[in-house]
Design a protein around this ligand. Structure first.
Ligand code: NI
Length: 258
């Protein structure tokens, strides 16, 4: 039977320090199968690898988040490249651009530099990419359009842009990551995206501990809440939650080459 695949979780986060084992071991009781734990800081990379080696149903993605790239060095990327040879590493991420913070730290030019360097690393290793992009729609699209042919696909995680752009990303072969936001009744934009792009381009994700779905909004999120996201996607598409789970699980396998 199909099981939910959480394509983007952060069980390496301090919020799960005490009970990550309990949560991951209880996946089957909630209809959850596998997850990809995604690194974001330089400190998280080894923790993510540890989790992937501890649990057979957890995969690893290694990369440095745009907000965390100010201390990145070429030497560090070389070290990360070696770690990407680990068979449990299925993607490079999360990487991208985040212009949300008005103080713009790190500066856009710094973010772009390390985004491109990590895209090149993913292209060299032929690993898919997990893209974090906030308030940076144009720069992200320009850079990905430019490099798309050398990349091995990827996902635009926690998608927050227009339906038109989602269609373009889907046409470029990217998946669109949908999480708790789709359950917010005022999230018209992402709900329109879900209605208007094919289910074959959608993957489910939590971004836990963040982005818990209704009625848990504001609480610590985990993969155990993903049935609520599958339900919301099913309602928007007028299909059964079982079909959403089955198709998105298959999409996650295609995304991560499993
Ligand atoms: Ni994330």
């Amino acid at each position: 039977m199909a099981q939910i695949f959480d394509t983007h979780a952060h069980y390496d986060d301090a919020a799960f320090e005490k009970d990550y084992t309990n949560i991951i071991e209880s996946f089957p009781r909630y209809g959850i199968g596998r997850c990809t734990d995604v690194a974001s800081t330089m400190e998280s990379v080894d923790r993510v690898l540890f989790l992937a080696h501890t649990f057979p149903n957890v995969y690893a993605a290694l990369g440095i988040h745009p907000s965390e790239c100010r201390d990145l060095t070429e030497g560090y990327l070389l070290d990360m490249e070696k770690k990407c040879a680990d068979p449990k590493v299925v993607a490079v991420g999360e990487i991208g651009l985040d212009y949300h913070f008005p103080e713009e730290d790190p500066a856009p030019e710094v973010q772009k530099k390390w985004f491109v360097r990590q895209l090149d690393l993913a292209a060299k290793l032929q690993l898919p990419v997990i893209i974090h992009s906030r308030d940076a729609a144009k720069d992200t699209m320009d850079i990905l359009r430019d490099r798309n042919l050398s990349l091995a696909g990827g996902v635009i995680h926690c998608y927050s842009y227009s339906t038109e752009q989602a269609r373009e990303y889907a046409a470029m072969g990217f998946f669109i990551g949908i999480g708790g936001v789709v359950t917010f009744k005022n999230a018209k934009k992402v709900r329109d995206v879900v209605k208007n792009i094919p289910l074959t381009s959608i993957v489910l994700e939590t971004d836990c501990p963040y982005m818990a779905p209704v009625p848990h909004r504001g609480e610590r999120n985990s993969s155990l809440f993903l049935p609520l996201v599958a339900q919301a996607v099913a309602e928007l598409k007028g299909i059964s939650p079982e079909e959403v789970v089955e198709v998105t699980e298959h999409n996650a396998e295609r995304l991560y080459n499993l």
